[in-house]
Design a protein around this ligand. Structure first.
Ligand code: C2O
Ligand code: CU
Ligand code: CU
Length: 518
């Protein structure tokens, strides 16, 4: 922990120094070289001693039940839960759960979700990976105002100037056409300037889309198909979540204390809301739907004492063919659908999912305990789905989105193409039904996410994509001084959407941009 702190501190110290001397941008970070190569945020140490790892069972989030076919109602509210054994934590959750209930959706069956807000702050709910009409996409200023309240004054000035929000009193109906292929999506808060702290408090959950193509495959199913939401949190001595907000009520000044602008990393790793849980599995193949729901932390996942991830899907559904990985780097917002064959281990074996980028206890994520050998009918076929490979020639134009820190001292912000986010300022107008090459450039770790439009990675640092870039994606891990090129398809809806960094502190500190599909 001390080392990590020094490490993070050194980054900021150096950046501050360089900002003060006017040496920002490229020069400021290259000098940090290998020390910062994989560290994406700044560790926030817990005051509470860390809980014993592998002592609590892995929870599975409840499945949302429709109030009538195709209609759901959820209430965002505070709840007291036991995360660290022996303490209570107040969370903000959908129906009081963290993670929120899992929406089990089916391609071709539209869903309406009424989100009612009983929290003390406004919210906006985004279905990440969804092909959603713009008025249901969770635009940051399209706010659900708490029941019985008005918008808090002065809360929505935005980093880029004054903002006129749209206010829905008490509740809003989000309409999801669900015309897209099967995939592991997730939903989370997207409120202007406050997404980081509001997701940290618990406003996130899974939405799984199923379809005939996925169902027809002999992949593991039922209780051998497990969604795993991985995120990090820190705790105060009394068990409450720690987060370095400038205004902990989240109604006044947005933002975090200085150095945490790089991103907040917790020192306790939660999976489905439980710290370093343990999951009993039979000796058979399991489908694990990995989601990195952390604000800033990147993970390089490996199995100990050894084992492979056979990737069958990426952010937006099945790959054309499985890809085997010994390790998987997952950045905030990304998903990997993998099959792990636990028949490879003798019953009684403990298999630990570790993060080789983590320090100390944060190196552990989750432990599987293999109980007994069973018959296994599941397998991973050599061909999974028909996925047309992206062709650069299909693009009608190329655009550059440069994700970097701009400005100096207290006036500095995370920007896209040199400008801090301002709602309504449109950086691109792609045409519906076309594809474009988008080049994402960066000065730091920026997990770049695009709403609505799905993409395939064409190149990374001028070279072919890495193995884990395969398939349709909505979020891509762009590393310091790297350029990632993606073929982006604009399909489904016209209107205003956004691209942004999914490091939520960067997002809150202006690293977003609007685009409009015309
Ligand atoms: Cu998962 Cu605009 O975010
Ligand atoms: Cu999204
Ligand atoms: Cu970023």
């Amino acid at each position: 922990m001390g080392l990590a702190l020094d490490r993070g501190g050194a980054v900021i110290g150096r950046r501050r120094f360089l900002a003060a001397t006017g040496l920002t941008g490229l020069a400021a970070l290259t000098g940090c070289g290998p020390l910062t190569a994989e560290v994406a945020g700044l560790p926030l140490p817990s005051a509470l001693p860390p809980p014993r790892p592998f002592a609590v069972p892995l929870p599975i989030p409840p499945v949302a039940r429709p109030v009538r076919p195709g209609h759901y109602e959820v209430t965002q509210r505070a709840a007291k839960v036991e995360i660290v054994p022996g303490t209570t934590t107040e969370i903000w959750g959908f129906d009081g759960h963290f993670p929120g209930p899992t929406f089990d959706l089916r391609r071709g069956e539209a869903a309406t979700v009424r989100v009612r807000n009983e929290l003390p702050v406004p919210t906006s709910t985004h279905l990440h990976g969804g092909v959603t009409p713009p008025d249901s996409d969770g635009y940051p200023t399209d706010l659900v105002v708490p029941v019985g309240r008005t918008l808090p004054r002065g809360a929505h000035h935005g980093m880029g100037g004054p903002v006129e929000p749209t206010a829905h009193p008490g509740a809003k109906d989000y309409r999801y056409p669900v015309e897209q292929r099967a995939a592991t999506l997730w939903y989370h808060d997207h409120r202007m300037d406050f997404t980081g702290p509001q997701v940290w408090r618990g406003l996130a959950g899974f939405a799984l889309i199923r379809d005939d193509e996925d169902d027809a495959l002999p992949l593991p199913r039922g209780d051998r198909d497990i969604p795993l939401m991985i995120c990090d949190r820190s705790f105060e001595e009394d068990g409450s979540f720690a987060y370095p907000s400038l205004d902990p009520t989240l109604v006044g000044e947005p933002g975090v204390r200085g150095a945490y602008m790089a991103g907040v990393e917790g020192d306790v790793i939660l999976v489905n809301g439980a710290p370093w849980p343990v999951c009993e599995v039979v000796g058979a193949r399991h489908r694990l739907r990995l989601l990195n729901a952390s604000n800033a932390r990147r993970y390089r996942l490996e199995l100990r004492p050894g084992g492979r991830f056979v990737q069958v899907g990426g952010d937006l559904g099945l790959l054309a063919a499985p890809v085997a990985h010994d390790a998987l780097v997952i950045s905030p917002g990304e998903r990997f659908d993998v099959v792990v064959d636990f028949s490879a281990y003798r019953p009684g074996t403990e298999v630990t999912l570790v993060n080789t980028l983590g320090d100390g206890p944060a190196r552990n994520v989750l432990r599987f305990r293999v109980t007994r050998a069973v018959r296994d009918d599941a397998r991973v076929p050599r061909r999974l789905a028909s996925v047309r490979p992206a062709e650069r020639a299909a693009a009608v134009t190329t655009r550059v989105f440069d994700f970097r820190r701009s400005g100096q001292g207290p006036a500095s912000a995370w920007t896209v193409n040199g400008v801090p986010y301002r709602p309504g300022r449109t950086l691109a107008r792609p045409r519906l039904g076309t594809a474009e090459v988008w080049r994402f450039a960066s000065d730091f770790h920026h997990p770049v996410h695009v709403h609505l439009a799905h993409f395939q990675v064409l190149s990374r640092g001028g070279r072919p994509p890495r193995a884990s870039d395969a398939g349709w994606k909505d979020t891509v891990d762009v590393r310091p001084y790297e350029v990632v090129e993606a073929l982006v398809r604009f399909e489904g809806h016209r209107g205003r959407y956004m691209t942004h960094c999914h490091n939520l502190e960067h997002e809150d500190m202006a690293m977003m941009a609007d685009f409009e599909v015309v």
